[in-house]
Design a protein around this ligand. Structure first.
Ligand SMILES: *Cc1c(COP(=O)(O)O)cnc(C)c1O
Length: 228
Protein backbone atom coordinates (compact mmCIF):
# COMPACT_ATOMS: atom_id res chain seq x y z
CA UNK A 1 0.00 0.00 0.00
CA UNK A 2 1.36 3.46 -0.84
CA UNK A 3 2.08 5.93 1.92
CA UNK A 4 -0.63 8.23 0.61
CA UNK A 5 -3.24 5.46 0.67
CA UNK A 6 -2.11 4.48 4.13
CA UNK A 7 -2.31 8.11 5.29
CA UNK A 8 -5.81 8.49 3.88
CA UNK A 9 -6.97 5.33 5.62
CA UNK A 10 -5.61 6.64 8.93
CA UNK A 11 -7.23 10.00 8.31
CA UNK A 12 -10.58 8.33 7.68
CA UNK A 13 -10.26 6.43 10.97
CA UNK A 14 -9.48 9.70 12.74
CA UNK A 15 -12.53 11.38 11.17
CA UNK A 16 -14.82 8.45 12.01
CA UNK A 17 -13.65 8.47 15.58
CA UNK A 18 -14.04 12.25 15.99
CA UNK A 19 -17.45 12.15 14.31
CA UNK A 20 -18.59 9.42 16.71
CA UNK A 21 -17.33 11.36 19.72
CA UNK A 22 -19.19 14.50 18.70
CA UNK A 23 -22.30 12.70 17.45
CA UNK A 24 -21.94 13.61 13.84
CA UNK A 25 -22.15 11.58 10.67
CA UNK A 26 -18.69 11.02 9.16
CA UNK A 27 -20.36 11.43 5.75
CA UNK A 28 -21.12 15.07 6.53
CA UNK A 29 -17.37 15.83 6.63
CA UNK A 30 -15.71 16.21 3.24
CA UNK A 31 -11.96 15.68 2.91
CA UNK A 32 -10.28 18.25 0.73
CA UNK A 33 -6.81 17.00 -0.24
CA UNK A 34 -4.49 20.03 -0.24
CA UNK A 35 -1.73 19.27 -2.71
CA UNK A 36 0.38 22.43 -3.01
CA UNK A 37 4.03 21.60 -3.79
CA UNK A 38 3.15 17.93 -4.41
CA UNK A 39 3.15 16.49 -7.94
CA UNK A 40 0.18 15.41 -10.05
CA UNK A 41 1.14 11.78 -9.41
CA UNK A 42 0.45 12.28 -5.68
CA UNK A 43 -3.01 13.67 -6.50
CA UNK A 44 -3.67 10.64 -8.72
CA UNK A 45 -2.84 8.39 -5.76
CA UNK A 46 -5.21 10.31 -3.49
CA UNK A 47 -7.91 9.86 -6.11
CA UNK A 48 -7.12 6.15 -6.30
CA UNK A 49 -7.72 6.02 -2.54
CA UNK A 50 -11.16 7.55 -3.05
CA UNK A 51 -10.71 11.32 -2.80
CA UNK A 52 -12.22 13.62 -5.41
CA UNK A 53 -11.80 17.10 -3.94
CA UNK A 54 -8.42 18.74 -4.50
CA UNK A 55 -7.26 22.06 -3.03
CA UNK A 56 -4.52 24.18 -4.55
CA UNK A 57 -3.05 27.54 -3.47
CA UNK A 58 -1.12 28.78 -6.47
CA UNK A 59 -2.85 29.31 -9.79
CA UNK A 60 0.00 28.43 -12.17
CA UNK A 61 0.95 25.31 -10.25
CA UNK A 62 -2.70 24.23 -10.15
CA UNK A 63 -3.26 24.73 -13.89
CA UNK A 64 -0.23 22.59 -14.68
CA UNK A 65 -1.50 19.72 -12.52
CA UNK A 66 -5.03 20.05 -13.90
CA UNK A 67 -3.64 19.69 -17.42
CA UNK A 68 -1.94 16.44 -16.39
CA UNK A 69 -5.04 15.03 -14.70
CA UNK A 70 -7.88 15.81 -17.10
CA UNK A 71 -8.67 12.08 -17.27
CA UNK A 72 -9.75 12.04 -13.60
CA UNK A 73 -13.15 13.32 -12.38
CA UNK A 74 -11.69 15.71 -9.80
CA UNK A 75 -13.29 18.78 -8.23
CA UNK A 76 -10.80 21.63 -7.90
CA UNK A 77 -10.87 24.12 -5.01
CA UNK A 78 -8.85 27.33 -4.96
CA UNK A 79 -7.37 28.10 -1.52
CA UNK A 80 -4.80 30.83 -2.08
CA UNK A 81 -5.09 34.60 -1.87
CA UNK A 82 -7.03 35.80 -4.93
CA UNK A 83 -5.33 38.58 -6.85
CA UNK A 84 -7.58 40.58 -9.16
CA UNK A 85 -5.54 39.75 -12.25
CA UNK A 86 -6.03 36.02 -11.60
CA UNK A 87 -9.81 35.99 -11.19
CA UNK A 88 -10.55 35.09 -14.83
CA UNK A 89 -8.41 31.94 -14.84
CA UNK A 90 -9.74 30.97 -11.42
CA UNK A 91 -13.37 31.46 -12.52
CA UNK A 92 -12.71 29.31 -15.59
CA UNK A 93 -10.81 26.45 -13.97
CA UNK A 94 -12.17 25.84 -10.49
CA UNK A 95 -15.46 24.69 -8.95
CA UNK A 96 -14.88 26.29 -5.56
CA UNK A 97 -12.99 29.32 -4.21
CA UNK A 98 -12.56 29.31 -0.40
CA UNK A 99 -10.66 32.56 -0.02
CA UNK A 100 -12.95 35.40 -1.08
CA UNK A 101 -12.54 38.28 1.33
CA UNK A 102 -13.65 41.34 -0.59
CA UNK A 103 -16.49 42.30 -2.86
CA UNK A 104 -14.38 43.34 -5.82
CA UNK A 105 -12.96 39.82 -6.14
CA UNK A 106 -16.42 38.25 -5.86
CA UNK A 107 -17.76 40.62 -8.52
CA UNK A 108 -14.94 39.75 -10.90
CA UNK A 109 -15.34 36.00 -10.32
CA UNK A 110 -19.06 36.30 -11.03
CA UNK A 111 -18.57 38.41 -14.17
CA UNK A 112 -15.85 36.10 -15.48
CA UNK A 113 -17.48 32.75 -14.68
CA UNK A 114 -18.26 31.12 -18.04
CA UNK A 115 -22.04 30.91 -18.41
CA UNK A 116 -21.96 27.32 -19.66
CA UNK A 117 -20.68 26.28 -16.22
CA UNK A 118 -22.75 26.16 -13.02
CA UNK A 119 -22.24 29.11 -10.65
CA UNK A 120 -18.88 29.14 -8.87
CA UNK A 121 -19.16 28.03 -5.23
CA UNK A 122 -17.54 30.46 -2.88
CA UNK A 123 -16.73 30.72 0.80
CA UNK A 124 -15.92 33.98 2.49
CA UNK A 125 -12.65 33.77 4.37
CA UNK A 126 -13.04 35.37 7.79
CA UNK A 127 -10.11 36.77 9.75
CA UNK A 128 -11.39 35.04 12.86
CA UNK A 129 -8.33 35.64 15.04
CA UNK A 130 -8.38 39.32 13.99
CA UNK A 131 -4.74 39.29 13.03
CA UNK A 132 -3.56 42.46 11.33
CA UNK A 133 -1.37 40.62 8.83
CA UNK A 134 -3.89 37.90 7.88
CA UNK A 135 -6.16 37.93 4.91
CA UNK A 136 -9.84 37.47 5.51
CA UNK A 137 -12.87 39.67 5.96
CA UNK A 138 -13.16 41.48 9.30
CA UNK A 139 -15.92 40.03 11.46
CA UNK A 140 -17.79 43.32 11.61
CA UNK A 141 -17.84 43.59 7.81
CA UNK A 142 -19.04 40.06 7.18
CA UNK A 143 -22.78 40.65 7.00
CA UNK A 144 -22.44 43.42 4.45
CA UNK A 145 -20.04 41.40 2.29
CA UNK A 146 -22.19 38.25 2.41
CA UNK A 147 -25.27 40.23 1.54
CA UNK A 148 -23.61 41.83 -1.49
CA UNK A 149 -22.15 38.52 -2.73
CA UNK A 150 -25.57 36.92 -2.41
CA UNK A 151 -26.84 39.26 -5.14
CA UNK A 152 -24.25 38.25 -7.73
CA UNK A 153 -25.42 36.07 -10.64
CA UNK A 154 -22.70 33.53 -11.33
CA UNK A 155 -21.41 32.70 -7.88
CA UNK A 156 -23.17 30.83 -5.06
CA UNK A 157 -22.20 31.80 -1.54
CA UNK A 158 -21.84 28.48 0.30
CA UNK A 159 -20.29 29.32 3.66
CA UNK A 160 -17.27 30.46 5.62
CA UNK A 161 -13.62 29.50 5.69
CA UNK A 162 -11.01 30.24 8.36
CA UNK A 163 -7.32 29.73 9.00
CA UNK A 164 -7.11 30.38 12.73
CA UNK A 165 -4.00 31.40 14.61
CA UNK A 166 -2.12 28.14 15.23
CA UNK A 167 -2.65 26.72 18.70
CA UNK A 168 -1.85 23.38 20.28
CA UNK A 169 -4.54 23.85 22.91
CA UNK A 170 -7.70 21.91 22.03
CA UNK A 171 -10.04 24.29 23.87
CA UNK A 172 -8.50 27.30 22.15
CA UNK A 173 -8.72 25.56 18.76
CA UNK A 174 -12.40 24.83 19.35
CA UNK A 175 -13.19 28.43 20.29
CA UNK A 176 -12.31 29.83 16.85
CA UNK A 177 -14.23 27.07 15.08
CA UNK A 178 -17.27 27.51 17.30
CA UNK A 179 -17.28 31.24 16.65
CA UNK A 180 -17.19 30.62 12.90
CA UNK A 181 -20.11 28.21 13.13
CA UNK A 182 -22.10 30.80 15.08
CA UNK A 183 -21.27 33.48 12.50
CA UNK A 184 -22.63 31.26 9.74
CA UNK A 185 -25.83 30.60 11.69
CA UNK A 186 -26.24 34.34 12.28
CA UNK A 187 -25.87 35.06 8.58
CA UNK A 188 -28.45 32.44 7.76
CA UNK A 189 -30.89 34.03 10.19
CA UNK A 190 -30.19 37.68 9.45
CA UNK A 191 -30.08 37.39 5.67
CA UNK A 192 -32.35 34.38 5.17
CA UNK A 193 -29.52 32.39 3.60
CA UNK A 194 -28.93 28.63 3.53
CA UNK A 195 -25.18 28.53 3.92
CA UNK A 196 -24.09 24.93 4.48
CA UNK A 197 -20.30 24.93 4.34
CA UNK A 198 -17.78 25.41 7.13
CA UNK A 199 -14.34 25.06 5.55
CA UNK A 200 -12.17 24.64 8.62
CA UNK A 201 -9.69 22.23 10.14
CA UNK A 202 -6.26 21.26 8.81
CA UNK A 203 -3.88 18.41 9.71
CA UNK A 204 -3.19 19.70 13.22
CA UNK A 205 -6.64 20.81 14.33
CA UNK A 206 -9.13 18.68 12.45
CA UNK A 207 -10.64 17.09 15.57
CA UNK A 208 -11.46 20.46 17.09
CA UNK A 209 -12.96 21.55 13.77
CA UNK A 210 -15.11 18.42 13.57
CA UNK A 211 -16.22 18.99 17.16
CA UNK A 212 -17.53 22.40 16.11
CA UNK A 213 -19.28 21.45 12.90
CA UNK A 214 -16.72 21.56 10.08
CA UNK A 215 -18.19 20.23 6.84
CA UNK A 216 -14.99 20.47 4.80
CA UNK A 217 -11.57 19.80 6.31
CA UNK A 218 -8.54 20.87 4.28
CA UNK A 219 -5.77 18.32 4.75
CA UNK A 220 -2.28 18.55 3.27
CA UNK A 221 0.50 17.20 5.46
CA UNK A 222 -1.47 14.30 6.95
CA UNK A 223 -2.15 12.99 3.41
CA UNK A 224 0.91 13.92 1.37
CA UNK A 225 3.61 14.31 4.03
CA UNK A 226 5.73 17.35 4.86
CA UNK A 227 6.17 20.09 2.27
CA UNK A 228 9.65 21.32 1.43
C1 LIG B 1 -1.64 24.31 3.07
C2 LIG B 1 -3.04 24.58 3.47
C3 LIG B 1 -3.82 23.61 4.13
C4 LIG B 1 -3.27 22.26 4.56
O1 LIG B 1 -2.48 22.40 5.70
P1 LIG B 1 -1.84 21.10 6.42
O2 LIG B 1 -1.46 21.62 7.76
O3 LIG B 1 -0.68 20.67 5.61
O4 LIG B 1 -2.90 20.06 6.51
C5 LIG B 1 -5.14 23.91 4.41
N1 LIG B 1 -5.68 25.09 4.08
C6 LIG B 1 -4.98 26.04 3.45
C7 LIG B 1 -5.63 27.33 3.09
C8 LIG B 1 -3.64 25.81 3.13
O5 LIG B 1 -2.94 26.79 2.52
Amino acid sequence: MSTITDNINKLRDQIRSAAATYQRSADSIKILAVSKTHPASAIAQAHEAGLFDIGENYLQEALEKQAQLTRLPLTWHFLGPVQSNKTKAIAENFTWVHTVDRLKVAQRLSAQRPTHLPPLNICVQVNISQEATKSGCAIDELTELASAIQNLDNVTLRGLMIIPQPSTDFTEQRAAFRQTNLLMQELNQQLGLQLDTLSMGMSNDLEAAIAEGATCIRIGTAIFGQRN
